[in-house]
Design a binder for this molecule. Structure first.
Ligand SMILES: [Ca+2]
Ligand SMILES: [Ca+2]
Ligand SMILES: [Zn+2]
Ligand SMILES: [Zn+2]
Length: 199
C-alpha cells in the first residue's frame, strides 16, 4: 500500500488546480457531517450513492486508513481519489481483498475487450483457490505490463489475436500456464521476480 500512497502523493502534486479543487470537493461531499474526516458510514454511503460499489469493500477502507483511526483525513482520502481516477481499484475475484501489491491476471481476458479482466491475489493463485475458464494463462501484473509493451511493438496493427499469440509465446517461455500452478516459483529466473507481499 505504501507504494500506491507514494504514487498518489506524486499524482496529486501534479494535478492542475481545478482538479485539486475537485478532489477537495469530493472530500467535502463525502464528509456529510463536516467534521473534517470521513467515517466508514460516510465512505460507504457516498460510494453507494455514486454507484462506485467496487470501492466499498472494507479492505479498501482499511488500506486507505493509514493511521488506523477508523476515519480518513484529507491526505488519506486523496489516495482514494487517485485509485478511482487511475482505475487502480483492483480486487481479488476470489477472496475480494484489495490488491495493493503484486497480483495475477488472466492474460486472455486482459487482451479481450469484450470481457472484464480477471485478477486474483498471489495467495489465491498459489493455492489455486479460484475458478476461471479453461486454458487461462495467468501472469503477474509486472510481467503482463512488459508483455503488453513487447506485444504492442511486435503487432503495431494491434490485432488482438496476434497480440495474444505473442503474449502466449512469451508466457510459455516464462513457464507460466494455468496448469502450472507452481507458476509462482516457475517464473524463470528467481524468487524475487514476483514479489507476493500484499501490503
Ligand atoms: Ca465526517
Ligand atoms: Ca485515518
Ligand atoms: Zn485472493
Ligand atoms: Zn480469463
Amino acid at each position: 500500500m505504501e507504494e500506491i500512497r507514494r504514487a498518489a502523493g506524486a499524482y496529486y502534486k501534479h494535478l492542475p488546480e481545478n482538479k485539486k479543487e475537485q478532489a477537495r470537493k469530493t472530500f467535502n461531499a463525502m464528509d456529510k457531517n463536516g467534521d473534517g474526516k470521513i467515517s466508514v458510514r460516510e465512505y460507504v454511503d457516498y460510494l453507494n450513492e455514486n454507484k462506485a460499489t467496487d470501492f466499498t469493500h472494507q479492505s479498501i477502507f482499511s488500506a486507505l486508513d493509514k493511521d488506523s483511526n477508523g476515519s480518513l483525513d484529507f491526505d488519506e482520502a486523496t489516495v482514494l481519489y487517485y485509485i478511482m481516477q487511475s482505475g487502480r481499484a483492483i480486487i481479488c475475484q476470489s477472496c475480494k481483498t484489495f490488491l495493493a501489491g503484486a497480483y495475477f491476471s488472466c492474460s486472455e481476458c486482459f487482451f479481450n475487450d469484450s470481457v472484464s479482466t480477471y485478477e486474483i491475489c498471489c495467495e489465491c493463485y498459489g493455492d489455486k483457490k479460484f475458478t476461471h475458464h479453461d486454458g487461462a494463462i495467468f501472469c503477474d501484473n509486472y510481467t503482463l505490463l512488459c508483455q503488453s509493451r513487447s506485444a504492442t511493438q511486435a503487432a503495431p496493427t494491434k490485432k488482438q489475436t496476434m497480440v495474444l499469440n505473442v503474449v502466449k509465446k512469451g508466457l510459455q517461455v516464462a513457464g507460466i500456464t494455468s496448469s502450472d500452478v507452481g507458476g509462482i516459483t516457475g517464473i524463470g529466473d528467481g524468487e524475487s521476480r514476483s514479489n507476493c507481499s500484499i501490503m
